[in-house]
Design a protein around this ligand. Structure first.
Ligand code: GLU
Length: 482
């Protein structure tokens, strides 16, 4: 660690470009946990300098997502803090000042090349099979001449000067020593012609200004890090620790993308995943518990996590494993009352208010997501539509089915105590006494009262359905055969 006496400060710096990507949640979780573990602080900064990609309202989506996931921040545009503003668009003149400082120091230059010139340059480079790069034609302009053109109102950007043939290296807290030759690093634009800084200038200025000690971000930023290291050097600022996290991947190992996976935190929420389960699952992305545990809470993660245990290979975000985790949380990790509360937004409008505590114990084990509650319990409160064929099934006959139903109706009518166990005993004894095939008999009964071939335990279901509904359904089924 480079600054042992300083408070550890980590951050996420999302760009408000629409939905909250699951990768942002992943970064937030690890940055937050690392800060917590070290009694530090976790900060949110909004990097909204790319006006073309800006989507109104997406900042709130990020805050809502983090709140839902239970990942709190100590500073940010919503809660303020000692380093305001936490939204880059509110500080444009400051970035300009820093860019001009670099020009004065000889580390940056004005560039007047138009979009057309740059396009042409790129085309020619591609024709020569070169990697596209800025050919530095404005780097040779004298500062006096450049300033004259700026004063005359010519459109410009500010680019950083990247040295030739220099190996730029850093000790990555996850990857070990990384080196990149400056010859593959472009003279990066720092200030755009619209007066906004680029990501590269903004991120360095703000990480320094906000006293960020550890930059934990996705591996897609590794190639940008040499630019950032140069900027820290040019400004004379102390380097933070860099830790490049692996990227989440689809099962085919491609980068987790909209096409192959659901990538928005909001959609997992809407589909009925529990925030605890999603968070727990994200903990296992590229990191493993020292005791190889799969299921643990956030406090345990904070206690056990370390950068050393983070792998460099991209973890696969596997929806089946998340489903398993979610089911596990629904079944075992939350109390019945908590699940009842979480289920509320997922109940269909016609779901009877007092039904949930009765049916939940019957279907809880079969819920993969909270949203499943609707379909799994539908037959308890909506009318069922039956056809003769459904009741007869493959192995029975119409005569037998009618007989099963007639006899069952008689038995159920006589029931005085509407409870699963005594009813089951009565019906099973009758079935055995008559020498009927148990499988066929109970299947007829199940289909008649629920409309389905798979249900929770039949007599528990019948108990919850109540006498009136059960009798009505049995009679309706019977009527199909007269
Ligand atoms: N604004 C960048 C993003 O959208 C932040 C990258 C970083 O963490 O440095 O992901």
């Amino acid at each position: 660690m480079k600054n042992p006496k300083k408070t550890i400060r980590t951050r996420i710096a999302p760009s408000p470009t629409g939905l909250m990507h699951i990768g942002t949640a992943y970064m937030a979780l690890f940055n937050y946990a690392f800060a917590q573990k070290n009694s530090g602080q976790f900060i949110i900064r909004i990097e909204d300098t790319d006006r073309q990609r800006f989507v109104e309202g997406s900042e709130q989506v990020i805050f809502d997502g983090l709140k839902w996931l239970g990942i709190p921040h100590t500073e940010g545009p919503d809660v303020g803090g000692p380093h305001v503003p936490y939204r880059q668009s509110e500080n444009l003149s400051m970035y300009k000042k820093f860019a001009e400082e670099l020009i004065e120091k000889g580390y940056a230059y004005y560039c007047f090349c138009s979009v057309e010139t740059l396009d042409e340059m790129r085309k020619q480079q591609q024709a020569r099979k070169e990697l596209p790069h800025y050919d530095r034609r404005c780097r040779v302009l004298s500062i006096e001449e450049a300033k004259k053109r700026v004063d005359a109102g010519e459109k410009y950007v500010i680019r950083m000067k990247v040295p030739d043939h220099e190996v730029i290296g850093w000790d990555d807290a996850i990857r070990g020593h990384v080196e990149i030759n400056s010859d593959v690093v472009d003279d990066q634009v720092l200030m755009k012609s619209d007066g906004f800084p680029t990501y590269h200038l903004g991120v360095v200025v703000d990480d320094h200004r906000m006293e960020i000690t550890h930059i934990m971000r996705g591996e897609e930023w590794i190639s940008s890090t040499p630019k950032h290291i140069l900027l820290y050097r040019y400004f004379g600022w102390e380097l933070p620790v860099f830790a490049h996290m692996p990227l989440l991947r689809n099962p085919d190992r491609s980068k987790m993308s909209k096409r192959k996976n659901d990538v928005s935190v909001q959609s997992y929420r809407e589909k009925g995943y529990l925030s605890e389960a999603l968070r727990n699952y994200l903990c296992l992305m590229g990191w493993s518990h020292p005791q190889e545990k799969d299921v643990f809470n956030l406090n345990e993660f904070i206690a056990k996590m370390s950068l050393e245990r983070i792998q460099t290979t991209g973890p696969i975000f596997d929806i089946n494993k998340l489903n398993w985790m979610n089911g596990k949380y629904i079944r075992e990790m939350l109390s019945l009352d908590e699940i009842i509360e979480r289920l509320q937004p997922f109940l269909p409008a016609d779901f009877p208010k007092d039904l949930l505590p009765k049916v939940l114990p019957l279907v809880r084990d079969r819920l993969v997501t909270l949203k499943d509650i609707g379909l799994l319990t539908e037959f308890f409160y909506r009318n069922i539509a039956l056809k003769k064929e459904d009741l007869i099934g493959k192995k029975s006959t119409a005569d037998k089915v009618k007989m099963y139903l007639d006899e069952s109706i008689k038995k159920f009518e006589a029931v005085t105590e509407w409870k699963a166990l005594p009813m089951e005993t009565v019906l099973r004894d009758m079935c055995d006494a008559k020498g009927w095939n148990r499988g066929a008999f109970f299947m007829t009964l199940r289909v008649a009262v629920t409309g389905r071939t798979t249900t929770p335990p039949l007599f528990d279901t019948i108990e919850v359905l109540g006498k009136e509904t059960t009798m009505k359904r049995l009679n309706q089924a019977c009527a199909l055969f007269t």
